[in-house]
Design a protein around this ligand. Structure first.
Ligand code: NAD
Length: 479
């Protein structure tokens, strides 16, 4: 007999304590081998003036057990509070958000009776870096960062998840027809990593039409991997399509730690009434069991839960007069699942879990990546300027280019307005002025500094610069 696995548990706020108790009672009755360490998070901690919503000492438990089962918390209204989920994801390096979205028709009403989709969302990069600026009176900027290691980690995770769970297809959503560098990288990494999984079907969609297809024909999707923002939106949409947010669990996975939860919030108005559905958190706990290599127990719990749904034992959120057999509270639902441990569903598809821990598959070693020959070939200087037309700006700037650089274009929010711009183009106070060295020549940092000094001496308010590089002769910037 192996030793118990220590896990960290937070009972959270609102309905959190009730659904956590029910979920833990069920998995322990099923034989989960766990040692529970309880930590305090959420409202009470925020109210003590701790902006992160988690006691500093609680990190010790998380870093020791590396497995976190978390009930929902109530996020206080008003400013000054940090999202506990964002802090936890970033601190523990939880790069993969995994959300199975399954229909349980006819037991749960849904417009999409055939649906068994797993959304794998990248959790650390993209527009969520929080790097944002106000640059001019009229323009704000948010930075979208996509890295090759970040893309590889999430895409490899999606393929390994598919392999471990008998899934047949991995689909990638992105928008590389517009975001050629960021989403283009994500797409390329998907194609490259996908080659290592010949047994799994690969498919990619531009996110807009892909999302439309997901919303109308979810039965044609299996595992879908995407960047952070697309995943944030589409994992909620997909979960909602199954008929109830109360039923979905979610895993946040990193190389060293993992966090499991329900996708819904703390439903404060339902707190203390023994009415909430514990299923979402229970399915989160089941994913946790597979993660800590207790997949036999995970399988047992999940199938008993499916049998409970099938038997018409329903909490208020999915109860239907004339269809459901029994309307139960949180505790009674938990007891009904425990009573069915060892039973299998007869109409709903039974589930089999396999042990699946990120440490089980090989990871790419980035230390050996070949460095490209990188050459500095120009600079984009961004201006805050309201002095006239694009034509006038171009005529002024072309005369102040320093030796070794030439003004080649001015754009306004990405639209070329000089040379040969259209008078009809609407311009704001934010101008990108591109200076390039001639063909096949490079420039030095001091030339760029000289160009900026020239801007300063001529009284132009430059707000940022972006160096233009080639990598092994390929342009590292959009034209
Ligand atoms: P919510 O998910 O708590 O509730 C939305 C609706 O779903 C409500 O009608 C609620 O009664 C119902 N519902 C939710 N879970 C249910 C369950 N298990 N059983 C039955 N019905 C359920 O979302 P909200 O009302 O927007 O947010 C409430 C609080 O939760 C807010 O403070 C919010 O910030 C927080 N929240 C926390 C998390 C988290 O901790 N991961 C996630 C989302 C929201």
């Amino acid at each position: 007999m192996s030793a118990n696995t220590p896990i960290t548990v937070a009972y959270g706020d609102g309905i959190g304590p009730e659904i956590m108790k029910a979920a833990l009672d069920i998995i322990q009755a099923a034989g989960a081998k766990i040692d529970i360490e309880v930590i305090e998070i959420g409202e009470k901690v925020y109210n003590k003036g701790i902006a992160e919503g988690i006691e500093p000492g609680a990190w010790k438990s998380l870093l020791r057990t590396k497995v976190f089962l978390k009930a929902p918390i109530t996020t206080p209204q008003g400013g000054g509070f940090k999202s506990l989920n964002v802090t936890t994801r970033k601190t523990l390096g939880l790069y993969a958000n995994v959300r199975p979205c399954v229909s349980y028709s006819p037991y749960v009403q849904t417009k999409h009776p055939v649906m068994d989709v797993v959304i794998v969302r990248e959790n650390e990069e993209d527009l969520y870096s929080g790097i944002e600026y106000r640059q001019t009176d009229q323009v704000m900027q948010g930075l979208k960062l996509i890295s090759e290691p970040g893309s590889e980690k999430i895409i490899r995770y999606a393929f390994e998840y598919a392999k471990a769970n008998g899934r047949k297809k991995v689909t990638c959503f992105m928008k590389d027809n517009i975001m050629k560098f960021t989403d283009g990288l994500f797409h390329r990494v998907f194609d490259r990593v996908g080659e290592e999984y010949p047994e799994i079907e690969k498919e990619n969609w531009i996110v807009d039409i892909g999302a439309a297809k997901l919303a109308t024909s979810p039965e044609s999707f299996d595992v879908v991997v995407m960047e952070n923002l697309y995943g944030d939106i589409l994992s909620d949409v997909t979960a909602q399509m199954t008929g109830s947010v109360g039923l979905a669990g979610s895993a946040n996975i990193g190389d060293k730690c993992a966090m499991f939860e329900a996708i819904h919030g703390s439903a404060p108005r339902r707190a203390g009434q023994n009415s909430a559905n514990p299923s979402g958190l229970l399915l989160g706990a089941v994913m946790m069991l597979a993660h800590i290599n207790q997949s036999v127990t995970a399988t047992k719990v999940h199938n008993a839960w499916l049998k409970t749904l099938e038997d018409g034992v329903h909490t208020y959120d999915i109860y239907r007069e004339g269809f459901s057999k029994e309307k139960v509270g949180t505790k009674e639902f938990g007891k009904a699942v425990v009573a069915r441990l060892g039973e299998m569903p007869s109409a709903l598809k039974a589930v089999i879990y396999h042990d699946f821990d990120v440490k089980m598959y090989p990871h790419y070693d980035y230390s050996n990546i070949k460095k490209a020959r990188k050459e500095l070939v120009g600079v984009d200087i961004f201006l805050h300027w309201t002095g006239g037309t694009a034509e006038e700006l171009g005529n002024m700037l072309k005369n102040i280019a320093v030796d070794g650089l030439k003004l080649t274009a001015i754009t306004n929010r990405g639209v070329k307005v000089w040379p040969d711009g259209m008078k009809e183009t609407f311009c704001v106070d934010h101008w990108r002025c591109r200076f390039e060295a001639g063909t096949n020549s490079s420039v030095s940092h001091s030339t760029i500094l000289a160009q900026m000094e020239k801007f300063r001496s001529e009284g132009f308010d430059f707000i940022k610069t972006e160096n233009l590089y080639t990598f092994d002769g390929q342009k590292g910037y959009t034209v």
